[in-house]
Design a protein around this ligand. Structure first.
Ligand SMILES: Cc1ncc(COP(=O)(O)O)c(C=O)c1O
Length: 392
């Protein structure tokens, strides 16, 4: 089928919610390279939306996919399967958590976290605690619960009323958070770095400060590491940069390198309120996806991918610091999650980069976001930087 016809059918048959899709059809990927249906090669500095952390068709992941697909795709959660057990164990051994619930996406992982926090607040709190304090400019997903937690009205418009029980305060503002906590508060929910909201990195004292506030008030700290997790920021989990472990952490995106998965991790005491029958998912943690996530996480750990992301992130940030100040207002980020705030709209810059063969993302109106596969090398970074500079 020719590309022109495919794009016409896309315009005709898809719901129009992805209005501004790029006018190309991607057919193949390898490492940090993608190819479109006309045979054009692209350097991928988006990794989907910060998903393919090990790059496209990584041999270990492709091998795990082949083997899992030929062994057992699906059984329900009425039964045990070894890959799901091994994955939960590996996640717990490499994080603060004691227990894991598996689902299929970031939004669902946050739904589970919200439900868990409410149930914990109701059962263990000193009063009827159900409210969750999130932050302005955050992004937590598109389901109604996660959307209600999201602190950006533009995503909520037309879908009101939102689910009650959410409050929003300014990000990186401990005083505002402290003032917002009251006898109804069950939890604080934040991203360690606001990703979709424009790659905003809080002060180093912010997460430890939130941890202290939660401990003092007897409430839970939920970290949404859906974008920052799995080595993206130069540590396996972004909270490790500042040593402030949460009570609940949500993961998705990079956890199975592109195969859909979500996970909600929690400390024992918190997880224990999710008693039999209180939550579930048909597809959550199938042997197939668990095998792929297990291969992904093992590869990330074995190949010291966090260190690599940290090193290349510094390389990019240093170079971006020398970009012309009349167009680049600020460069923010950690590891290979980088936001370049421009003095003008980011959209045309993203398009110009793509026309020159480099895929980058935006995050909000004026921020170009770089979130390449974490396996990129210095030459890839150099090419991305040159393309970006000539596209500003
Ligand atoms: C921080 C964060 N939370 C939640 C989500 C929602 O994830 P999903 O699209 O898998 O539902 C995203 C997606 O961009 C995200 O960046």
């Amino acid at each position: 089928m020719d590309t022109k016809t495919l794009l016409e059918w896309s315009a005709k048959y898809h719901t129009p919610n992805y209005g501004a899709r790029a006018p190309i059809c991607i057919v193949r990927g390898e490492g940090a390279r993608l190819w479109d249906s006309d045979g054009r090669e692209y350097l991928d500095f988006g990794a989907g939306l910060a998903v393919a952390n090990l790059g496209h068709c990584h041999p270990r992941i492709t091998g795990a996919i082949r083997e899992a697909a030929a062994t057992l795709l699906h059984v329900s959660n009425l039964y045990h399967t070894a890959p799901q057990i091994h994955l939960a164990k590996l996640l717990c051994e490499h994080s603060f958590a004691d227990r894991v619930f598996f689902c299929n996406s970031g939004a669902e992982a946050n739904e589970a976290a919200i439900k868990l926090a409410r149930k914990y607040g109701r059962e263990r709190g000193a009063s009827d605690r159900y409210e969750i304090i999130a932050t302005r400019n955050s992004f937590h997903g598109r389901t109604l619960g996660a959307l209600s937690a999201t602190g950006q009205e533009r995503y909520q418009q037309g879908f009101e009323p939102m689910v009650p029980g959410f409050k929003h305060v300014a990000y990186n503002d401990l005083r505002a958070m402290e003032r917002a906590i009251d006898s109804r508060t069950a939890a604080i929910l934040v991203e360690p770095i606001q990703g979709e909201g424009g790659v905003h990195v809080p002060d180093d004292g912010y997460l430890p400060g939130l941890r202290k506030l939660c401990d003092a008030a007897g409430i839970l700290l939920i970290l949404d590491e859906i974008q920052t997790g799995v080595a993206r920021t130069g540590k396996l989990w972004a909270y490790e940069h500042v040593g402030a472990a949460p009570d609940i952490m949500t993961l998705a995106k990079g956890l199975a390198n592109g195969v859909p998965i979500g996970a909600t991790l929690a400390r024992e005491e918190v997880a224990s309120v999710l008693t039999a029958g209180t939550h579930g998912s048909t597809f959550g943690g199938t042997p197939f996806v668990s095998s792929v996530a297990l291969a992904t996480l093992s590869t990330v750990i074995d190949e010291k991918i966090p260190e690599r992301a940290a090193r290349l992130g510094r390389y990019l940030m240093d170079a971006l610091g020398g970009f012309p100040r009349d167009v680049v207002r600020e460069v923010r980020g950690r590891g290979l999650l980088i936001g370049i705030e421009l003095t003008k709209a980011a959209g045309p810059v993203v398009d110009a980069c793509r026309d020159k063969g480099v895929i980058v993302l935006s995050a909000g109106e004026k921020v170009v976001r770089l979130a390449p596969p974490l396996i990129v090398d210095e030459n890839d970074c150099q090419r991305a930087l040159e393309t970006l500079r000539s596209s500003l």
